[in-house]
Design a protein around this ligand. Structure first.
Ligand code: PBG
Length: 331
């Protein structure tokens, strides 16, 4: 009987561990990770966030400890989000402009402790400071006004830069805010503060646990569909990204992550700035729920998702799993 051989044996390369290692196309390192952290008032406070098992809000001293841990693990950057006390929230979110607000105190403390070893990324948007939970100023008809909001966001970004933020990340999805913030940074002596634009941010169902963590969830009236994008749209994301780059963004972010790998891939093919993804709170919670339900190991479920972001073209990922992933990667 005549024997038949496959023309090509794809399995030859997979037959041994050394060969699989040698042929691996995508490599994940702790340097790919940005770690989002929640800040709260007080000292020596650690408050677990119920909807994000394993994640806590820390008072500023605890944030500094986490920041030092990030440096030790080889994580290059953290992102800070404040849980503003209720009595400091207002319709106009004025607390965002207070040079001594929780956020600025945390930025200063981390920069003092870690200096150049760790980048601090800050979110530019008013939702942790407003009594209505929207990212901007709401007019009489309930609409978040664009240009009025941009004027406040510029002052918020400057306030963060003055406190020492290395990257300001507008997450508000107003039109024209990247140019306005870039101009203000230049004119006020912050030429090296980077802008990472939440360029394609979708009106997603996956932000719920985050809103718990910053305390805006219960306050939010309505949704954010007049500024965040429709999950059905991809071409529109390319237009958003092109605008943010033209306005002066140094890097762009796609958010959420896993359900938008096509957007990451398209952005990477089309633009020459670094593309980041935010593996958001709901994605974190789903992985943890999967682990608890016995779907698989944390390492397995998490690392497969993180490598998918890299494979799709990400320069890096924001993930609440950053310290766990960094430890698994030997950081
Ligand atoms: C606020 C902001 C949100 C997130 C980051 N910045 C929530 C929202 O837009 O409602 C979500 C992050 C997450 O879910 O992990 N502008």
């Amino acid at each position: 009987m005549e024997r038949h051989f496959p023309n090509t044996r794809m399995r030859r390369g997979r037959a041994t561990r050394w060969s699989r290692t040698m042929l691996r196309e995508t490599v994940l390192t702790p340097a790919d990770l940005i770690w989002p952290l929640f800040v709260t008032d007080g000292s020596a406070v650690q408050e677990p966030v119920g909807s994000l098992p394993g994640v806590s809000r820390w008072s500023v001293d605890g944030i500094v400890t986490q920041a030092r841990e990030a440096v030790k693990l080889g994580i290059p950057c953290i992102a800070l989000f404040p849980n503003t006390q209720g009595h400091l929230r207002s319709d106009d979110g004025a607390e965002a402009l207070n040079p001594d607000n929780l956020m600025c105190r945390a930025i200063r403390a981390v920069k003092q402790a870690c200096g150049d070893d760790l980048g601090v990324l800050t979110d530019v948007a008013l939702d942790p400071y407003t009594s209505h939970g929207q990212d901007g100023l709401v007019d009489g008809r309930g609409y978040v006004g664009n240009d009025d909001t941009v004027a406040v966001l510029v002052d918020q970004a400057l306030n963060q830069a003055e406190a020492g933020a290395d990257i300001v990340a507008p997450s508000d999805m107003m039109d024209g805010r990247v140019r306005a913030i870039r101009m203000a940074l230049e004119m006020n002596g912050h030429p090296n503060v980077q802008i990472m634009a939440y360029a394609a941010k979708y009106a997603s169902a996956f932000y719920g646990p985050f809103r718990d963590a910053v305390g805006s969830g219960g306050l939010l009236k309505g949704d954010k569909a007049t500024y965040q994008m429709d999950p059905a749209n991809g071409d529109e994301a390319m237009a958003e990204i092109a605008l943010d780059i033209a306005e002066g963004a140094d890097s762009v972010m796609i958010k959420p992550g896993l359900a938008y790998l096509d957007i990451i891939w398209r952005a990477r093919q089309r633009f020459d700035v670094p593309v980041f993804a935010y593996q958001v709170s709901g994605e974190y919670a789903l992985i943890e729920a999967g682990v608890a339900a016995g779907v698989g190991s944390r390492e397995g479920l998490l690392m497969e998702k993180l490598i998918a972001f890299k494979r799709a073209g990400c320069a890096g990922m924001l993930t609440y799993h950053a310290p766990i992933a960094a430890r698994l990667l030997g950081g």
